[in-house]
Design a protein around this ligand. Structure first.
Ligand code: GRG
Length: 301
């Protein structure tokens, strides 16, 4: 049974990746752009080897409520633009100073630092252009809610705020587990939250369903971040498509420092169990989302 659902999950993840790539390719044409270089850099940063986990979660949360696939894909593509902008800016010299991402040179290395900054800014704003377009949903109230919720998830009360708290915690060499869980909930978790709740927003589902998806998202976000710490320690740049051992190099406290390697793995599995439980109101219809939670801790990159 698990083998079947795992294969179905991998097929659907690959299919979503193809659909999102095709959509972003169509939405970001270089030929008609007045400033071709920045669009080339935006395309470089988005198209290619990403797992497209966040658009996949949008697509599957939308499927729970039978939302039109095009609405889900456009919402997922907007979210992927935000995610890719955060990667481009996170790789800049002032942040993590990385030269490898998704198996190729980071955007500021392939272009230059100023173009990297502008490409990130371009992707950040383009996300909201996608959501505001009526092709994303015919109801302007739904589009407005998507715009508002993505702005909150990406901004100072979400991902950007989490990054700030992370930098501050790193400077203090904090080993406070609750503090790290809270800041990771913002830095990584907020976008997962938007992804998983998007189906409920697109369909106008009840608060009860939205809350269940929010609980699921919180658990997979933490499982994702703990696994990222484990992969940073155990994997190679070839497998990951990015530099590894960065946490140790930066003297950063990770979940492994606080829980030990086995403890961190057990904690990640525990969050997967809790994530699956949160999906109870959806019954069998949410099986692929349960599989996604397992994938998050079993993945190799
Ligand atoms: C706003 C100046 C400025 C910088 C942005 C917000 C920010 C810096 C960083 C936080 C976002 C961030 C990079 C979080 C790390 C989360 C993480 C491990 C991302 C990798 O996600 P995957 O594994 O990657 O889904 P792929 O490549 O598959 O999409």
């Amino acid at each position: 049974m698990r083998v079947f659902t795992h294969m179905a999950f991998l097929d659907e993840l690959a299919k979503t990746a193809d659909e999102v790539d095709a959509l972003l390719d169509r939405l970001m044409p270089v030929q008609t752009a007045p400033a071709k270089r920045v669009v080339e850099a935006m395309r470089y940063a988005t198209l290619g080897r990403g797992k497209r986990l966040r658009p996949f979660l949008v697509g599957e949360s939308a499927r729970l409520f039978d939302v039109d696939r095009q609405y889900a894909l456009r919402t997922g593509a907007a979210l992927e633009c935000i995610h890719c902008y955060s990667l481009v800016h996170d790789d800049l010299p002032a942040m993590d100073d990385d030269d490898l991402r998704r198996g190729k040179p980071t955007t500021h290395i392939a272009f230059d630092e100023a173009t990297g900054i502008l490409a990130g800014d371009g992707l950040l704003t383009f996300a909201f252009e996608i959501l505001a377009d009526q092709a994303t949903h015919p109801d302007p109230a739904v589009r407005s809610r998507l715009v508002g919720e993505l702005a909150i998830a990406a901004g100072a009360a979400g991902m950007v705020g989490g990054q700030m708290l992370d930098l501050e915690a790193e400077a203090r060499q904090s080993r406070d587990l609750n503090e790290i869980i809270a800041l990771q909930g913002l830095k990584t978790g907020a976008l997962f939250g938007f992804a998983c709740e998007a189906g409920a927003v697109l369909s106008g589902a009840s608060a009860e369903y939205k809350c269940a998806l929010s609980n699921y998202a919180e658990c997979i976000g933490l499982a994702f971040q703990i696994t990222d710490d484990i992969l940073d320690r155990e994997s190679t740049p070839e497998e990951m498509g990015k530099q590894t051992r960065k946490d140790a190099e930066a003297g950063k406290t990770t979940f492994i420092d606080m829980l030990g390697l086995d403890g961190a793995k057990a904690q990640a599995r525990d969050f997967v169990g809790k994530a699956c439980e949160a999906l109870t109101p959806f019954g069998d219809k949410a099986e692929i989302l349960r599989e996604a939670a397992c994938f998050i801790v079993e993945r190799k990159r």
